[in-house]
Design a protein around this ligand. Structure first.
Ligand code: DGT
Ligand code: CA
Ligand code: CA
Ligand code: ZN
Length: 575
């Protein structure tokens, strides 16, 4: 991801929020929001563009382009600063509560002088919101729920956000003279869906140059602790990073220890004790003589414990130790196993890039096949029609096989209605190579109705993949309430794949649900749901999540050769 683009995206998004809060033109606010997304998803560095170059980005007009140039030149935009000054920081904090929009935030501020999340929670408890226009009991419940979600997410950050910071830091530290090894460990290496802090490990003889370098990085905002063994900083985006430097001959033991998880480490240490050994971050030692018996590589450490090397994504004490001791660890699916992406968008609906560019970028990733699945008409704002999607099909057919021989599938992302119906009749759906079907509305149906809705979608012979099955947004929206065991069983029975949506704020299904679905015998599709060129690379977060669900390539339909995939897409078990 390009840092300047991200900064500009954040700035324009903030400005859009500011416009909305101050009761400005809603159309203008939406224009800034759209431009923010377009720049965030733009594949090349916007700091190299002038006004004319910027204007070529879809959604960026002259006035926005000029503000971007002003920002890139001076670090500030005058009108943004001015608008910012008119609004207390507390109100900007209020709109970070999921379910609380800018308008309501402003009302709360103006009528009740509420300017922090804590004050808002108090006011709700004191029933002070009851008399406000536009607020009801339902609003109060929603806000309280939003605050709870926010607190639950706590200080943890999304996997994708942590990964980008960590990779930058690892790259910086790796350049320093004397660096024998450098890698991230902790929950990030285990690919948990959220990350508390980033743990980085360096192998070197001298620690000081690395500790100093970390405190001096441009992205470092605050030094929390600065020592010879461990240094902790907080980045400008508020993430804590712990750096430890170990000697080269302890690298494997250090990585094993700091990768965790704690529960996994307790198991490995116990095994060591039973073998008359002692395991620490420095190595595996003979408990009697104190002699070091293994430490250079993780492989060596695990081998001495009678275990195969265990993929970090499995290290949660969820059966991996037992499986390892029996020699039955799964060969988990990897990014290299993936042959194609089965859920992606273009600018025909809400994607940012045109079809040709998405296809070329997918081919560059080495895919054997690639599905284009723009939104169906049920999402009214996307204005899809039969004519448009058929015209797209022509373009897809003409591009088929033209990029490195990559085959194209023409598909769509259908909307599952409250009754389980989807947008188009069967005969029209039969014309698509693949249909993903997702819930995009009516999130609050009761459990029984929701279960029936999803099962009916699976039973539709034209639905191949259940998209982002729970619709959760991590830290912002809980998953829908349904009897997932029944849904997973229906997927297995009908030959409908469950999506593992790889967008870092979705990761839907999550690891625990994957484990359950797998026990029902369901198959999976790990998809990027890309809305821009850059999103295609998010696939790795989906693969990490699939690994945490113990999936092998046989479980994941988009690792299969196209012939086998096409058989699955026929949905007739006899084939
Ligand atoms: P996080 O940061 O909350 O997302 O989760 P982790 O797993 O990265 O936890 P963290 O950063 O506290 O520690 C990184 C790893 O270091 C952890 O997974 C295991 C190891 N570790 C750290 N402190 C301890 C400890 O006191 N006891 C044990 N057994 N292991 C520890
Ligand atoms: Ca950590
Ligand atoms: Ca840590
Ligand atoms: Zn969707």
């Amino acid at each position: 991801m390009v840092r300047a683009n991200e900064e500009v995206e954040a700035l324009l998004q903030e400005y859009a929020d500011l416009i909305a809060i101050t009761g400005g033109d809603a159309f203008k606010a939406r224009a800034y929001e759209k431009a923010a997304r377009a720049i965030g998803g733009h594949p090349t560095d916007v700091s190299r563009l002038d006004v004319a170059g910027l204007k070529e980005i879809p959604g960026v007009g002259r006035s926005i382009a000029e503000k971007v140039v002003e920002y890139l030149r001076t670090g500030n935009v005058t009108v943004v600063e001015e608008t910012r000054a008119r609004i207390p920081a507390g109100v900007r904090q209020l709109i970070t509560i999921p379910t609380l929009g800018p308008k309501k935030a402003m009302t709360l501020y103006e009528d009740l002088h509420i300017s922090s999340v804590a004050e808002l929670a108090d006011a709700i408890k004191a029933e002070k919101l009851r008399d406000l226009k536009g607020f009801g009991k339902r609003t109060e419940e929603n806000i309280l729920h939003g605050i709870a979600l926010m607190q639950q997410a706590g200080e943890r950050i999304l996997l994708g956000t942590a990964m980008e910071s960590a990779e930058d830091i690892v790259a910086e530290l790796s350049r320093i003279t004397g660096c024998a090894q450098c890698a991230y460990a902790g929950s990030l290496r285990r690919m948990r869906e959220t990350i508390g802090d980033i743990d980085v490990l360096v192998a070197a003889d001298r620690s000081a140059p690395f500790m100093d370098a970390l405190t001096e990085l441009p992205s470092t905002a605050e030094v929390v602790a600065h020592g010879a063994k461990k240094t902790s900083i907080r980045t400008v985006t508020g993430v804590q990073v712990d750096l430890r430097v170990v000697r080269q001959d302890s690298w494997g033991a250090g990585m094993q220890y700091f990768t965790g998880s704690k529960a996994h480490n307790i198991r490995t240490r116990t095994i060591a004790v039973h073998l008359g050994l002692k395991l620490s971050e420095y190595g595996l030692f003979d408990a009697g003589s104190g002699e070091r018996v293994a430490s250079r590589s993780e492989d060596e450490v695990y081998a001495r414990l009678g275990l195969p090397w265990i993929p970090p994504t499995l290290r949660e004490d969820r059966g991996e130790i037992e499986a390892g001791l029996r020699g039955e660890l799964p060969q988990v699916v990897t990014v290299d196993d993936v042959r194609g992406d089965l859920h992606t968008h273009t600018d025909l609906t809400d994607g940012l890039a045109p079809l040709e560019e998405m296809v070329a970028a997918a081919a560059d990733r080495g895919y054997a096949y690639y599905a284009v699945t723009d939104h169906a008409p049920g999402l009214a704002m996307q204005r899809m029609t039969e004519e448009k999607v058929l015209a797209q099909r022509e373009r897809v057919r003409s591009l088929d096989g033209r990029h490195r021989g990559m085959r194209l599938l023409h598909g769509t992302e259908l909307n599952i209605g409250p009754d389980g119906d989807v947008d188009w009749p069967g005969e029209f759906l039969a014309g698509f190579d693949i249909c993903v079907a997702s819930v995009h509305s009516h999130f609050g149906l009761g459990r029984e109705a929701m279960t029936r809705r999803l099962v009916r979608a699976c039973e539709n012979p034209h639905v191949h993949v259940l998209g982002h099955p729970t619709t959760r947004l991590i830290g912002r929206r809980p998953g829908i309430d349904a009897d997932l065991d029944e849904v997973f069983a229906a997927c297995a029975r009908t030959g409908t794949a469950l999506e593992i949506n790889a967008q870092p704020d979705r990761l839907d299904l999550g690891d625990e649900d994957i484990l359950r679905a797998r026990s029902h015998g369901a198959k999976f599709a790990v998809d990027s749901d890309a809305h821009s060129l850059l999103h295609l690379a998010h696939l790795r977060y989906g693969i990490g999540t699939a690994q945490r669900g113990w999936l092998t390539p046989d479980d994941v339909i988009n690792t299969w050769p196209l012939r086998r995939l096409r058989r699955f897409l026929r949905k007739d078990r006899a084939a």
